[in-house]
Ligand binder design. Structure first.
Ligand code: M6R
Length: 613
């Protein structure tokens, strides 16, 4: 995720752009930059770190002009550095581009452009856009420079693959900005004598509440206070401006009342973004060649909290698909237990932030033991990624809410991608089986879009149960970690007591805590263990529990006979089902906390990243 902002109007664009970037900082803050069209030349200022660093640098350089673009970066291609900061330019430094998303075919395009003599200055995928427009401008005709620029942008879009949104400015078209939206967010603000281009409404909301929401494949052409749009076929489209009534705070959360809720809804896109890179990196993920992969004999997974639960799911995946024994440790425990030295061990650290002290301590120990190390992490340049031999990035964008939601589902998705990759590499999974598993994985984001529609059902259910003192979550096999995660999420944001158990274990003790009306959540998709879960429902109900069954469409009828309420989760393959089953539990935690008036995004006593032991 990155943040884009553009301004064209009557005033100096710099304060508008810097201010807009501050509002977009939640989308990434590795580095930031602005380009301003000052008379007939472009002035670019870039700085590593937060927007505050850019603001300082901009004060020194003091650019001034009525047309400009800005960007705050969440690094994907290339480390956070000044050279990799946006805006990026063509060879002549006349075309400026800011971009959000991933250009999947950038390596191919870069090679082609280099062979044509283009000189690249960064490691980013973005820079190819500037050079492509430069190249395409050579061959397009038009009655004026603006028409030529638009044609060159249209030609460029046809060559780009991936999900992206970008803004362009050209020295030969002063007072004009062009914006492109293709599966990444981009909105236009229309003010009095000024227009804005941004990744998100808060970036310009204090100046105008008149917003133009672009559809996929559309191009917006901005002049001061005037906007025109071309649809995905290149035809002019009637501009429909919406007046929005959000206040600034609501707008930062995309209209949601809390970041937690927004991030639950981010999950289809987050999974898609994570898988897009996974697809590109399959086979290279570990930085090991096939013979080294075949020599892997053990996997140690190390993590904390929610990431630990993702690790527990990962154990089932790696053992199933790669046939390699896996141990999963809480990082705070791994560090202090005796870990026998074994040849061919891979230690995998899972962490959203990459800054968790316990996880860092544990991975240092794994390194001392001579193990190969891999991070599954969401933050480029974080300590963990610098320590590990290689990293698999979850591309879910910044997670602001303390309670982890989208990072969790992307961690599980990544573990699955890794496991099937390992299985293919070490011969445990045939190519035909791999292709099938891979196809199922690629359908996950769509199923996630269906799953988030369950919010209303869960919200309604919480009206009946939010006053309960204690909640129980039960699951088996890959759903046992989901039971643990459901309980953690609820504890974290509602401060209620909640426990997750392996369903087969309750008869060995925990069943004694079930009382009349205790809400018990059963994770029971219709799989091989469905019958056993039906029995567990009966056992709990016989003790007075209020049983909620989370099942798949095929299990609905039977679940209705043994549960007080049934929630139907979309069906995917058995091993991917936990990624969807956790979603109603995230909504559950959110809505119980909301009804209890808790501080949902920053629950008491907690921090987003625990950097102390
Ligand atoms: O940044 P990390 O993934 O390393 O954080 C690990 C835990 O602190 C984290 O998952 C924590 O449990 C979450 N707040 C749970 O929602």
């Amino acid at each position: 995720m990155c943040g884009i902002i553009g301004y064209v109007g009557k005033n100096n664009s710099v304060p508008y752009i810097i201010d807009g970037l501050k509002k977009l900082e939640y989308r990434g803050y590795d580095s930031a930059g602005i380009s301003i069209l000052q008379k007939d030349k472009l002035v670019t200022v870039r700085a590593v770190g937060k927007v505050a660093a850019l603001e300082k640098a901009a004060l020194l350089a003091s650019p001034c002009g009525t047309t400009g673009l800005g960007h705050t970066r969440w690094a994907t291609h290339g480390k956070p550095s000044e050279e990799n900061s946006h805006p990026h330019t063509d060879c002549l430094g006349e075309i400026v581009v800011v971009h959000n998303g991933i250009i999947e075919n950038y390596l191919l395009l870069r090679a082609k452009l280099e062979s044509l003599g283009h000189k690249f200055k960064s490691e980013t995928d973005t820079e190819v856009i500037a050079h492509l427009i430069e190249e395409n401008l050579k061959s397009v005709r038009g009655s004026n420079e603006e028409e030529r620029l638009i044609k060159a942008v249209q030609k460029t879009n046809k060559e780009l693959a991936g999900a992206f949104a970008y803004g362009v400015m050209w020295v030969h078209t002063p007072g004009v900005l062009v914006g492109v939206k293709n599966q990444s967010p981009l909105v236009v603000g229309v003010g009095k004598g000024e227009s804005f281009l941004a990744s998100d409404v808060p970036a310009f909301l204090q100046h105008t509440n008149k917003v133009l929401f672009l559809d996929e494949g559309e191009i917006a052409i901005l002049h001061a206070g005037q906007v025109s749009v071309l649809d995905r076929f290149g035809k002019p489209k009637k501009v429909r401006v919406t007046k929005i009534s959000w206040d600034q705070k609501t707008a930062e959360k995309g209209g949601y009342s809390h970041f937690m809720l927004k991030e639950i809804y981010d999950q289809p896109q987050a999974i898609e973004d994570t898988l897009r890179t996974a697809r590109a990196d399959f086979g290279k993920i570990l930085g090991l060649d096939t013979s080294a992969l075949r020599r892997l004999e053990n996997v140690h997974i190390i993590a904390c909290g929610t990431a630990y639960h993702a690790g527990l799911v990962g154990k089932y995946y790696i053992e199933q698909f790669a046939g390699i024994p896996v141990s999963v440790d809480l990082a705070s425990e791994y560090k202090y237990r005796t870990v026998p030295h074994r040849k061919g061990t891979l230690a995998i650290a899972i962490s959203q932030s990459g800054e968790t002290a316990d996880t860092i301590g544990a991975i240092k120990k794994a390194k001392e033991l001579g193990f190969r190390t891999l991070a599954i992490c969401n933050v480029l340049g974080s300590t963990l990624t610098r320590l590990c031999d290689s990293t698999f990035f979850t591309h879910c964008g910044p997670e602001i809410s303390v309670a982890s939601t989208k990072a969790f589902t992307c961690q599980i998705t990544s573990m699955y991608a890794l496991a099937i990759s390992l299985g293919l590499a070490n011969g445990n999974v045939s190519k035909t089986a791999f292709d099938k598993l891979h196809r199922e994985l690629m359908r996950l984001s769509k199923a996630m879009s269906e799953t988030v529609k369950l919010e209303y059902t869960v919200r309604h259910l919480t009206r009946k149960i939010y006053k309960a003192e204690r909640f129980i979550f039960l699951g088996r096999h890959v759903h046992f970690p989901i039971a643990l995660e459901g309980a953690l999420k609820l504890k974290e944001v509602s401060y209620r007591s909640a426990e997750g158990f392996a369903a087969g274990e309750i008869k060995h003790g925990p069943i004694s805590i079930i009382d009349k009306g205790t809400p018990v959540f059963m994770l029971m998709p219709q799989d091989d263990l469905f019958e056993k879960m039906l029995s567990a429902c009966q056992e709990c109900r016989a003790r007075g529990a209020f049983v909620v069954a989370l099942t798949t469409p095929g299990g609905q009828a039977q679940a209705k006979r043994v549960a007080d309420q049934v929630i139907v989760v979309p069906q995917v393959s058995d091993f991917l089902q936990p990624v969807l089953h956790v979603v109603p539990l995230q909504f559950l935690a959110y809505w119980i906390a909301k009804r209890l008036g808790r501080d949902i995004d920053q629950p008491r006593n907690l921090a987003k990243s625990v950097t102390v032991e």
